[in-house]
Design a protein around this ligand. Sequence first.
Ligand SMILES: CC(=O)Nc1cnc2ccccc2c1
Length: 474
Amino acid sequence: SEKKIEKELDRLVEVGNSASDEIARPTYLDPPSGTRDFYPQDMRVRSWLFDKFRESASHFGFQEYDAPVLENVQLYERKAGEEIVDQMYNFVDKEGYHVTLRPEMTPTLARMVLQKTNLQTGEVRVPLPLKWFSIPQCWRFETTQRGRKREHYQWNMDIVGVNHVHAELELLAAACFFFRKLGIGPEVVGIKVNSRAVLEVVLAKHGVEKGKKNEADGGDLFAMACIIIDKLDKIGGDEVTKLLANIGVSTDSAAEILKALEAPSVEELANLIGTDCEAIHEVKRLFELAEEYGISDYLVFDASVVRGLAYYTGIVWEAFDRRGELRAIMGGGRYDRLLELYGGEKCQIPCVGFGFGDCVIMELLKDCDKLPKFTGSGVDYVVCAFSPDLYGKAANISMKLRMTGATVDLMPTPKKKVAASFKHADLAGARRMVFVAPDEIAKGVVRIKDLRTKTKNDEAIQVDCPLDALHTVD
Ligand SMILES: CC(=O)Nc1cnc2ccccc2c1
């Protein structure tokens, strides 16, 4: 699209500019391949976005947690052929430990809950249900020729200890709340909802029983089938059929399974597997409750959504842009067996969560022109001394202003010409300038110029006055 061409042209210009350096630029001056620097103007947009994540989380009663970016590789050893596991940014550390930069946050959450759990009895020492969120940087070791990013930040929201569809609704509603908060309505994004529990019934009819292991590597057959089916959009039905054959699913069964994935509604799917199954009831209950939450317009049932993570066991979902130009915006689901996988059979603790990456949403916000337009850095004052001998006075006034709660950029060295001071003030994005000049100081005042209204009449302010008069918050 022309958007991509524009982006490419900008990049080439950027490359062109930097390539014109007289001397060769050492490569270590670039960020490591696939990673990003956030300069102040980038950081302001990122902080704005993360603040929206945080505000949405807190409106739903979630509490923030964090954990080291470094984890043991064993935390991610799931033999289901997931891309995220194949691309771990792992290494052996100097003590010989097999560690990795975390590829996702859910296993860390599970580990942290199990830290507080008695594995003998399954008793969890933190009050359940818990609602925790985090915005971790996650990593993958992508082959460079794919040129994709190797890190991203991912807003994670999880509810631990609720085995009812209410947890799914709270999470879906929190995501919709976030979209609405940013002015992204249901006409722009949708959330496809499906149930792996329903898919499990379909697969069981074709020999992929719950809990059955793949004799080759002991991987959970159901999880492997889901990871294969998740690739359908990318590799097509024939390829999926071949991969399913590798785990013992016949061509006829594969055809039946693919047909089930095309079921246009919950009812149609129910006809395929029988309406009385609990999994179908849950999906229906979810769409009923969505009405009460006022998020129905965002939700659509889609039998083909399975997501690419092995541990999902029930309802799964993914947010998408209705124009179909972008990759998935967010994905989530129920994972009732993950804590048991790590902590043993006493730890059958139900969990639901989602991950919301920072990249696709940023592309969407740009496309919809919904990004904030920051002007300047927004300091209240730039203080400048007229001459070096007045720097002390300028510092003194700056501190008094700061004590009143103002943000002050004190110019480090007096400029020869006033114009230079104004340029610095403009660059600083200041609202007002405080001039510390000899004759005013002699009268115990400073001159304040409003840079926004450019009013000529400077205010002369008594400096020995209690300085809250200076900082009139408008
Ligand atoms: C769109 C995008 O940047 N995705 C992305 C980028 N980095 C990752 C790093 C780890 C795991 C998943 C990742 C996913």
